[in-house]
Design a binder for this molecule. Structure first.
Ligand code: FAD
Length: 322
């Protein structure tokens, strides 16, 4: 493990936003995580922030007086533990895992091409794209409850993870630190593996073309509307959306569409802007502060509430400021 002092968290977050952190411990293995937690205990550090790739986090501009545990795989954390089963350190990137799997002839994760994420971050938020979700291939998840003294490893089988849209049991229990994940994949034929590589590259290209990758962001800021009663409420107010909801969004409603229709596309506050390319992305077009992004998030929330009578659910995690 490596210790860094007084480094700007903006350099570790996808948004390029974040104040200085007193101490950052870079961990590249499960043993490193244990050592880092020991360090925290020995030095009596109260505040802990777990950071993966920082692709779903809006960090505060203020100094973080605590310990940042930065899970940062070095590319060596994947292990084939069965014919078609891979165990991986939680800090490895999804891209490392995906490429490792395909090189072993295993398919099932290619949908995640271009997804900026560590494996742990993806499992915690049940990341998904192009009609797939990570839960479909998770066999089990190992984690440590960092507030408990014994630091024992808890293993959750897939069905114990309470996975649902962008949700898992780890979101409800933030002190459960995911240390490794075991994936059940499928051995593909030569043609299937070639097709999977193609899907991987196509999905990266799709993101490059359709998402505002030229600016720092955190991906979609709000979750799509998936609950039936909420979909029905919106359709009651905007009945013309039913056709596109049925035909394009499988009965759900795209939050990007709603934000656009509510008139926010292109709206700027300071260095933050609702992307003209994808309205559910609020991008950092230059020196945005955390408050700039939060102001737009709140404006959207209020207008949404005035229009539909309920609040949308943020997808981005906003760091509490102390
Ligand atoms: C350009 C762009 C496109 C995106 N597209 C998609 C998409 O298509 N689909 C999608 O689902 N998401 C998407 N996202 C969001 C992001 O990629 C996912 O949410 C991703 O899984 C976040 O992983 P991370 O490692 O960056 O987590 P971080 O942002 O570092 O952390 C997110 C949260 O998880 C916690 N956490 C991180 N690691 C662990 C761990 N090991 N154990 C416990 N808690 C942990 C953190 O404390 C934090 O609360 C996109 C983001 C960007 C920037």
């Amino acid at each position: 493990m490596k210790l860094h002092y007084n480094i700007p968290l903006s350099s570790l977050s996808y948004y390029r936003i974040g104040g200085k952190a007193q101490t950052v411990i870079e961990v590249t293995s499960e043993q490193d995580i244990r050592n880092a937690l020991e360090y925290r205990k020995d030095n009596k550090i109260e505040n802990l922030l777990v950071l993966g790739m920082g692709a779903n986090l809006l960090l505060s501009d203020k100094q973080f007086d605590g310990l940042v545990l930065w899970l940062h795989g070095d590319g060596s954390g994947c292990e084939l533990v069965g014919k078609d089963v891979i165990k991986v350190f939680a800090g490895e990137s999804m891209d490392t895992l995906l490429q490792y799997a395909l090189r072993k002839g295993l398919v099932g994760l290619e949908w995640a091409g271009g997804l900026p994420s560590t494996v742990g971050g993806a499992v915690r938020g049940n990341a998904g794209a192009f009609g797939s979700e990570i839960r479909n291939t998770v066999l089990e998840v190992s984690s440590i409850d960092y507030v408990s003294d014994d630091k024992r490893l808890y293993t959750f089988k897939n069905e114990e993870c309470s996975f649902s849209y962008r949700h898992s049991i780890f979101k409800d229990n933030p002190s459960f630190l995911i240390t490794s994940v075991t994936f059940q994949l499928r051995a593909g034929t030569k043609e299937e593996v070639e097709k999977a590589w193609q899907t991987y590259h196509e999905n990266i290209a799709y993101r490059e073309k359709n998402h505002p990758m030229e600016y720092p962001s955190c991906g979609s800021v709000y979750m799509n509307i998936v609950k039936k009663d909420e979909v029905d409420t919106i359709l009651g107010i905007w009945p013309d959306v039913k056709k596109i909801s049925d035909e394009k969004w499988h009965g759900k409603i795209s939050m990007g569409y709603i934000i656009h229709r509510l008139g926010f596309t292109g709206k700027k506050v300071g260095g933050a802007q609702v992307s003209p390319k994808h309205s559910n992305y609020i991008v950092n077009v230059g020196q945005a502060r955390s408050e700039d992004i939060i102001e737009i998030i709140n404006d959207i929330k209020d207008t949404f509430h005035q229009t539909f009578g309920f609040y949308p659910t943020p997808e981005v995690m906003i760091q509490e400021t102390t």
